[in-house]
Design a protein around this ligand. Structure first.
Ligand SMILES: [Cu+2]
Length: 68
C-alpha cells in the first residue's frame, strides 16, 4: 500500500532525487515516487511514517506529514 506525504523545499529534479534516494536507503524495499509539482512523495511499501520523516529531514527537506 502506498502512503503519500508532503515534502517542502524540493525545487528541482535533483531535490526529488535526493529525497527519493534518502527514503530508498532507509527502506530498501520501498518504491518511491516524487511528484515535484505538488511536493508530494509516494512511498509504496510497508514503511513507517517516522522512517520517512527521518530520511526526508536528514536529506535537508521539510517533512509535512501525510498528504491529504
Ligand atoms: Cu533541487
Amino acid at each position: 500500500m502506498a502512503d503519500a506525504y508532503k515534502v517542502d523545499g524540493m525545487t528541482c529534479s535533483g531535490c526529488a532525487r535526493s529525497v527519493s534516494n534518502a527514503i530508498t536507503r532507509a527502506a530498501p524495499d520501498a518504491a518511491v515516487t516524487v511528484d515535484l509539482a505538488t511536493g508530494t512523495v509516494l512511498v509504496d511499501g510497508d514503511v513507517p511514517a517516522e522512517v520517512v520523516r527521518q530520511a526526508v529531514e536528514a536529506a535537508g527537506f521539510d517533512f509535512g506529514g501525510p498528504a491529504a
